[in-house]
Design a protein around this ligand. Structure first.
Ligand code: SAH
Length: 465
């Protein structure tokens, strides 16, 4: 970092502007906006600059600059087209330890002006350290469109209530939760919708109520999708970036976990098949405990939380304890893997329905309603089907599905490690052994699998069989 960004208080303090033209005027306006008293020195002074100085009760010195103009100033700007003079102003300011800015001459500056988005009291400053001012301005333009103009009012509201909230919530963590909720909740929505008085009334009501209920935590049950971070939803990402604690399991890819708030606590709760690092009831209890401490808890699950994710059980416990929660759907492995393997799950000619089936039942067996699964015109997608695969293939054939029915194995679908193997119900278990296929793997069975020959597009690990 070549420059340390700091915000400079100039309220009521004297700022010297050397120069009387358009450029000086632009800088002088900024200084006046920040509450500075202006001393402008130049043989000729632009009419608007003159007005600005007069309005603010500043000093107009219509003559050449003199060294004696500097003392008592908190900031000095040189904005003339006389290079030696600019250099002289800079040298003298540096000798006195007064911050100085020379327009368009970064080498002579001890302070530089950033590009600014002003939503006072909220101010965003962007700087390239003088190296690429156009880039800084482009970024500023993006921020201008991204930060609603009413954000300033929101910050103003926060500033008016800051001390009261601090008294009511002495605990820092609780206060942070309070403000984050406020800036993203219904009060903020009203300000942004142009109803600030209503927002203020609502906040008053909350404060009168003692805030206790606001400081309770909440749980976000979020689907992280099948692996590729690009498949996250906007809401998932937003909640990932505001949660205080993250509970995740094996299915969540490290590249996704990286997108969580940097200082969030991360708890691994495991779940390898037959190796439950933290038993499900313990996870359920942990969610309740953490949220009761006022934390915003992110329960991050692979795929979709409501598809073979036991998400229902987790929020059941939360509901029983009156803990607020929200559920964010994710792209389930069936959609993600099928898309990235080029296998449409339905197709007018081959499959009029699709069925998601678990290959691993609660009692550890693979005892499925086989008769239903052999009906023609349907694609079957087996989750957790690897261990029971020989039984699955055998039973489907035994109940009438052709041994030549196309079938696919998709390991680590949607990631750079994706491997896809296609075969038939007859040879699928053999492919697993031959290619050392391991979890997480999805099994797709049905005529639509053959479309992969034409529709495959994603390369993955290029180990296709
Ligand atoms: N809730 C998850 C499923 C959890 S069950 C979802 O909606 O996707 C775990 C099973 O999902 C795994 O055994 C595997 O069959 C499947 N699975 C999840 N992610 C996968 C991936 N990226 N590639 C292949 N299979 C996956």
């Amino acid at each position: 970092m070549d420059f340390l960004p700091l915000f400079h208080s100039l309220q009521g303090r004297l700022a010297l502007v050397v120069g009387g033209g358009e450029v000086a005027l632009r800088k002088a306006r900024l200084l006046a906006d920040a509450g500075a008293r202006l001393r402008v020195v130049a043989p000729q002074i632009h009419i608007e600059l003159r007005h600005l100085v007069e309005q603010g009760g500043g000093e107009l010195l219509e003559r050449d600059y003199q060294d004696g103009d500097q003392p008592g100033c908190a900031l000095i700007i040189a904005a003339t087209d006389d290079e030696p003079l600019n250099a002289e102003v800079s040298r003298a300011a540096n000798a006195r330890g007064i911050p100085v800015n020379v327009v368009d001459a970064p080498a002579l500056c001890s302070v530089i002006f950033p590009a600014i988005v002003d939503r006072s009291p909220l101010v965003v400053a962007v700087s390239s350290g003088g190296d690429a001012p156009v880039l800084a301005r482009l970024i500023r333009a993006k921020l201008e469109t991204w930060i609603p103009s009413t954000y300033g009012q929101l910050a103003g509201l926060a500033s008016r209530f800051r001390h009261r909230v601090k008294e009511l919530l002495p605990d820092l963590q609780q206060r942070r939760v309070f403000w984050e909720n406020l800036f993203q909740g219904e009060i903020a929505e009203r300000v942004l919708a142009g109803r600030p008085a209503e927002a203020e009334r609502l906040l008053e009501e909350r404060l009168a109520g003692g805030l206790a209920h606001i400081a309770t935590g909440e749980v976000y049950l979020v689907g992280a999708g099948p692996g590729d971070p690009d498949l996250l939803t906007f809401r998932a990402l937003r909640l990932m970036q505001q949660a205080d604690v993250v509970l995740y399991d094996r299915l969540v890819a490290p590249s996704i976990l990286e997108l969580c708030r940097r200082d969030a606590e991360r708890l691994y709760v495991g779940k390898r098949r037959a190796e439950h690092a933290v038993p499900q009831d313990r996870i359920n209890r942990l969610l309740v405990e953490l949220a009761s401490q006022g934390k915003r808890v992110l329960r991050l699950k692979g795929g979709d939380p409501f598809i073979f994710g036991r998400g229902g059980e987790e929020i059941d416990e939360l509901a029983a304890h009156g803990i607020p929660f929200q559920v964010v759907p994710g792209i389930t492995a069936a959609s993600g893997c099928a898309a990235y393997a080029g296998i449409p799950l339905t197709h007018r000619d081959h499959a009029q329905s699709v069925r998601f089936v678990t290959g691993h039942l609660k009692d550890g067996t693979t005892d499925l309603p086989w008769q239903d699964l052999v009906a023609p015109g349907q694609t079957l997608v087996f989750y957790m089907g690897l261990v029971g695969l020989p039984v699955i293939c055998e039973q489907l054939v035994a109940h009438g599905r052709s041994a030549q029915t196309p079938a696919a194995l998709i390991q680590q679908g949607t990631t750079a490690q994706q491997r896809v193997f296609t075969g038939t119900l007859e040879n699928l278990p053999q492919l697993v052994a031959e290619h050392e296929v391991h979890a997480p793997t999805l099994v797709i069975v049905g005529e639509a699998v053959q479309l992969r020959d034409k529709l495959a597009w994603f390369e993955g690990a290029r180990e296709d069989a």
